[in-house]
Design a protein. Structure first.
Length: 256
């Protein structure tokens, strides 16, 4: 790729990233007071806690999406398209299995999460349990989406990934506002979010297939999975340990 073309693409990627993240942050800032007012503090708290729960479970990725970006881009650069396919399918199938297992675990622990972790008031328990169940399905989709997004990152098209994120992120916030304005409650918002997440997954999946045609049947490689886990496991441990080491002296001082 010529230097000028690379520089132009890099600038476009950076611009889309900054603009997109700024736009979504602004929308969230403007919509949050309305969401709290319509939902009430308790239901909004459940909404936030479910989102935190899904994010907290993302450690189950074990860094595989990030590792797949590295290895797919390396293999494509060397012209090893079959190897890139193996890396993609191994990452995708492993993340799909982990997503389904994680969703099943969350569903099996719904009562414990709602009653003992969230400590939800008795009158809101049914809605909270439904929210956790929808969150479990959202977690499974997010695991698969991570690999599809990694494929787009591997070929350097961060602009397309950011465009998709801005589009569906905007629709998600707008749908929540419209649903509450029309008198719906938390369950309707969560179902809407799940549907939009599914459409986002379909969008980035189609983009990934256009950028690197995906062949069938899926190509599984156990050796490639071990390679992904080695690299991704290091990233996972680093991401977990680094904040602790950074704030270790604060934790020590606060304990004195």
């Amino acid at each position: 790729m010529p230097a000028e073309t690379f520089a132009r693409r890099l600038s476009r990627n950076i611009l889309w990233n900054i603009t997109g993240q700024g736009w979504l942050l602004l929308m969230t800032f403007l919509a949050t007071p309305f969401l709290i007012h319509r939902l009430g503090v308790e239901l909004y708290g459940i909404y936030v806690l479910v989102a935190v729960l899904v994010d907290a479970c993302s450690f189950a990725q074990f860094g595989i999406p990030d590792a797949s970006v590295t290895y797919i881009s390396e293999r494509l650069a060397r012209g090893e398209h079959r190897g890139g396919q193996e890396t993609f399918w191994t990452a995708m199938l492993s993340q799909a299995a982990a997503g389904l297992a994680g969703a099943a675990m969350i569903l099996s622990l719904t009562a414990v999460i709602v009653d003992h972790v969230f400590r939800v008031p008795e009158g809101l328990v049914p809605e909270a349990r439904l929210a956790v169940a929808i969150g479990a399905m959202s977690f499974a989709l997010s695991m698969i989406a991570g690999v599809a997004a990694g494929m787009i990152r591997a070929v350097g098209r961060f602009d397309l990934l950011n465009m998709a994120g801005v589009l569906w992120g905007t629709l998600q916030t707008a749908a929540a506002v419209v649903l509450l304005w029309r008198g719906h409650s938390l369950s309707a918002i969560l179902v809407s979010n799940l549907c939009l997440q599914l459409m986002y997954l379909a969008t980035i999946g189609l983009l990934a297939c256009r950028l690197l045609p995906v062949t069938l049947p899926p190509a599984w490689n156990t050796g490639e999975l071990i390679r992904l886990l080695r690299f991704g496991g290091f990233l996972t441990v680093s991401g977990f340990v680094a904040p602790i080491l950074t704030n270790l002296e604060k934790m020590f001082l606060s304990a004195i």
